[in-house]
Design a binder for this molecule. Structure first.
Ligand SMILES: [Zn+2]
Length: 226
């Protein structure tokens, strides 16, 4: 099992602080059960010792899957102050520079919340390209919004957070889930959409994710596509 350290958090129900035991880094080849716990989200679920409320706890975690040549750093947005940010980016760059020499064909990523880590692990488990998936999400969001007659709902759909869930059926349709009006919904996109996005990335190598632990999410799509 990974080495746990004490990490402090605050209960979302009662507001009292409590400590959880969680690893700061994990090699999932050595701890396959931890990979399962990341994929089903249970690694992040902790009960408050004061009021017993179930909390989704965000903590820093360097996720390493040597079989997939994958390293993803979960650094919750609220785990650092704006003043800490440049220091954090500097240490990320130092680590990445030293790692990539020995691991030249690795994929390095950064995520800011457990949901994004779960999604990335799923994407790479299917052997898919996460940048192409982000482009598919952008296209699918636009299509959902354009198909909606109610202008307020169309607006909401254009901003909605889609999450990749799985490849479905013989045609490998991409299934995405998203929250809207208090419920979860799902939408499918054809595998040809994914292939088109891959082709665009292939023709435009300058779009390829690069640098120390890049953040490939909605903000990445927004900065490259309109
Ligand atoms: Zn509590």
């Amino acid at each position: 099992m990974p080495v746990n350290t004490l990490q402090s958090t605050v209960c979302r129900q009662c507001g009292k602080p409590f400590d959880i035991e969680a690893p700061e880094a994990v090699n999932v080849a050595e701890s396959p059960s931890f990979k399962d716990a990341v994929k089903d989200g249970s690694a992040f679920v902790h009960r408050c010792p004061h009021c017993d409320a179930v909390n989704l706890v965000r903590f820093r975690l360097l996720y390493h899957d040597p079989d997939e040549h994958l390293m993803i750093w979960l650094i919750p947005e609220d785990s650092f102050t704006p003043e800490d940010k440049s220091k954090m980016e500097e240490s990320m760059k130092t680590l990445w520079t030293s790692l990539r020499e020995g691991l030249p064909d690795y994929i390095f990523r950064r995520v800011e919340d457990p949901g994004s880590l779960i999604e990335k692990v799923r994407i790479f488990d299917y052997g898919l390209d996460d940048a192409a998936i982000e482009m598919c999400k952008h296209v699918t969001r636009m299509e959902l919004s354009q198909a909606e007659k109610d202008p307020a709902k169309a607006d909401a759909l254009s901003e909605v957070q889609l999450r990749f869930r799985s490849l479905e059926g013989a045609d490998n349709e991409l299934e995405f889930v998203f929250p809207l009006e208090g419920a979860m919904h799902s939408v499918k996109a054809g595998f040809n959409v994914y292939e088109d996005c891959r082709a665009i990335l292939g023709r435009n190598p300058e779009l390829a994710p690069d640098g120390p632990f890049p953040l490939i999410d909605t903000s990445w799509t927004a900065s490259h596509f309109r």
